[in-house]
Design a protein around this ligand. Structure first.
Ligand SMILES: [Zn+2]
Length: 257
């Protein structure tokens, strides 16, 4: 049986996570005028590569796929995971393939030597799959430490976490806020509240999900929820870009200011 791993919880874990958000930061200002939304999928299940990608493509958009390369052609609580063909198709359609380590390791617990090895293996495998070298990273389980933020920041333009929020004035490119798309239409209020919030002032709103399925697991969402959020984003007139493109554009704006 494939039981998902749970990182440390409780008061100590919460305190440590709060400390980590204040350490090894790479501050960026995302309030220079644009309202950008990025959609990302972690691990990633075939359903995200198929239903998720198709949904975005119907709007002329592309997403970011945080790939744990060790999951290729396997199956777990998220359903069947990506295949080589899925990666090839995503790349050909202009989606971004990002790093999520080879074996989905907790970067807060593992020593730097393991994290380094994990990202090297991930790059090697993605090269073999014909994907460009990943330029952005998402922390497995959302777990980061000051050390891993500093280390991974040397390899990637930006690093994505899992704390809900919009990246604005003092955003941390070493641990970007991202809002979960989980559940079905009954759960749309949270995601839509962030869409409404972005309408009020410029910033960068990142969503993430896992499986996109009529009966999603705990960390996935239904095709209807994804569609509803896409529709709200389109109605609001926001730009939708893969994470590396959003980061690059915001960095240019910041430098020009
Ligand atoms: Zn993951």
């Amino acid at each position: 049986m494939n039981i998902p791993y749970s990182p440390s919880s409780g008061v100590f874990g919460a305190l440590k996570r709060r400390m980590t958000r204040l350490q090894a930061r790479k501050t960026m200002d995302c309030t220079k005028g644009r309202r950008i939304v990025s959609f990302s999928f972690d691990d990633f299940p075939r359903s995200a590569a198929q239903i998720g990608a198709q949904t975005l493509e119907n709007y002329g958009w592309r997403g970011t796929y945080y790939t744990s390369t060790g999951f290729e052609s396997t199956k777990n609580h998220l359903g069947p995971l990506f295949t080589a063909q899925d990666v090839a198709r995503l790349v050909s359609k202009g989606h971004e393939i990002g790093c999520h380590t080879e074996n989905h390791v907790d970067c807060a617990l593992n020593p730097p030597v393991v994290v380094e090895r994990e990202i090297r293996q991930n790059q090697k495998r993605l090269r073999a799959l014909g994907a460009p070298t990943p330029r952005t990273f998402a922390y497995p389980f959302g777990e980061a430490s000051a050390h891993s933020k500093a280390l991974l920041g040397q390899h990637y333009a930006c690093l994505r976490g899992v704390k809900n929020g919009i990246n604005r004035r003092f955003a941390d490119a070493h641990q970007l806020y991202a809002t979960a798309l989980e559940g079905g239409l009954d759960d749309k209020a949270l995601a839509l509240s962030f869409v409404d919030d972005l309408a009020k002032a410029p910033g960068w709103l990142i969503f993430y999900s896992h499986d996109i399925s009529p009966n999603p697991g705990e960390w996935g969402c239904t095709p209807e929820l994804l569609q509803a959020v896409c529709e709200a984003v389109k109605m609001a007139g926001f730009e939708v870009l893969p994470i590396i493109e959003a980061y690059s554009q915001l960095e240019l704006l910041e430098k020009a200011a």
